[in-house]
Design a protein around this ligand. Structure first.
Ligand code: F3S
Length: 392
């Protein structure tokens, strides 16, 4: 692989230990995937932020980087942490967990990384343009960047995104190259997909069949950005899909001739809506909205539905802090809090230790959350649209 002078200096330890260690990671990845060079990136999104996910070993790794004087070279920001940085006491996060989480955030902050703590950077002003190269690490954000914005990112892991942030470049392979952005699976959508939970079900169905391929959708008449973020998150959770095209809706349409075709009809929609909740029903202990993090429109919808009511279960609407600030200013937070719910920033129902906090039955309208709550958070999951799952 050809390196520019500055990149070679990093590799030769002439620019400090942390830069060297980071360039070694990128160089190794580039060699494995046959990259010919490194390309500059305009932003990095770093995952592996929750103490629940990275534990003490991850914290030690970060503190070593700080000791090695690691500093990011480009705008870099975090995926959700394990707790709301401001409301963690009210939300009953265990104190020991909070202490470790603060140490992790301090380490990232010492490297110059922004504390946005969201999986929807594109909703808070970080929107790479068509063809722009970035290094993002959260699977739903990767899908949104590649598919809805037409930007270019590989499926970075926490360490590789951090290394890219420190070096300002990423190896030029995978989704950065035109030839890897072609869709070889065509999904003909005949079902009427309208609600967020429908898009989550479509994503789960396709993810199970995509086997890592890029996916093209034909037949979806209308899809807002909120619906597209839900679809991408669900497909990424069920099948590691990092790029899709939707005819007439997303900016790119690259369908391989002779691509395999599958059908998504009303029967499949019904089946996957049921499957995501494993047929569970009844009363949840918690309703969790905002996977990926809720937009202001989605928070406004929840506020309209709970206005004047008293909820008889916990309600979390997870969002980015900047979006929460807008919800505070618009009065949505006050309405949700008056009903007994919370607008929760910096974290989400999956990376926060909700099982340790005593929750075991959670309702959601997200295909991704449904998967992870059941598999990694020991939750019985109730799946449906907001109006079906909100407690009375
Ligand atoms: Fe975001 Fe958490 Fe869902 S990181 S995509 S809200 S699992």
């Amino acid at each position: 692989m050809e390196l520019l002078q500055e990149q070679q200096k990093m590799l030769d330890r002439e620019m400090g230990e942390a830069a060297c260690q980071s360039m070694e990671i990128l160089f190794a990845l580039g060699r494995i995937y046959g990259a010919k060079n490194m390309i500059p990136i305009t932003s990095a999104q770093i995952a592996g932020v929750s103490y629940k996910t990275i534990g003490d070993a991850g914290l030690e790794y970060l503190e070593d980087l700080v000791k090695g004087k690691a500093r990011v070279k480009i705008p870099s920001f975090l995926n959700p942490a394990g707790m709301d940085r401001e409301q963690w006491r009210e939300l009953r996060i265990p104190v020991q967990f909070a202490k470790k989480q603060i140490e992790i955030l301090d380490a990232f902050s010492a490297m110059g990384i922004g504390m946005s703590c969201t999986c929807t950077p594109y909703l808070v002003g970080i929107r790479p343009k068509l063809g722009e190269h970035v290094a993002w690490a959260e699977s739903s954000a990767i899908s949104f960047a590649n598919s809805v914005l037409g930007a270019r990112t590989n499926r970075e892991g926490g360490p590789s995104a951090l290394a890219a942030a420190i070096c300002g470049v990423t190896p030029n392979y995978g989704y950065h190259l035109d030839e890897n952005r072609v869709c070889s699976l065509l999904v003909k959508v005949e079902a009427e997909v309208k609600r967020t939970a429908d898009f989550g079900a479509l994503g789960a169905f396709v993810g199970e069949r995509a086997k890592g391929r890029n996916v093209a959708f034909r037949g979806v008449k209308k899809a807002s950005e909120d619906k597209l973020k839900s679809l991408g998150a669900s497909m990424a959770a069920s099948g590691s899909v990092a790029l899709y095209n939707m005819e007439g809706i997303t900016p790119e349409w690259n369908l391989q001739r002779g691509a395999e075709e599958i059908l998504f009809g009303e029967k499949e929609l019904r089946e996957y809506r049921e499957k995501l909740g494993e047929g569970a029903s009844g009363k949840p202990q918690m309703v969790a909205i905002g996977c990926p993090h809720a937009s202001l429109d989605e928070i406004s919808e929840v506020a309209a539905r709970v206005k004047g009511k008293t909820l008889d279960c916990e309600l979390w609407v997870c969002t980015a802090r900047k979006t929460k600030e807008k919800a505070d200013a618009a009065g949505f937070t006050r309405i949700i809090e008056s009903a007994g719910g919370h607008v929760v920033a910096d974290t989400c129902m999956v990376v926060c230790p909700i099982d340790e906090m005593g929750f075991s039955v959670t309702a959601c309208n997200s295909g991704k959350a449904a998967k992870y709550l059941a598999n990694s958070c020991r939750q019985k999951v109730i799946y449906g649209d907001i109006e079906d799952i909100l407690c009375k």
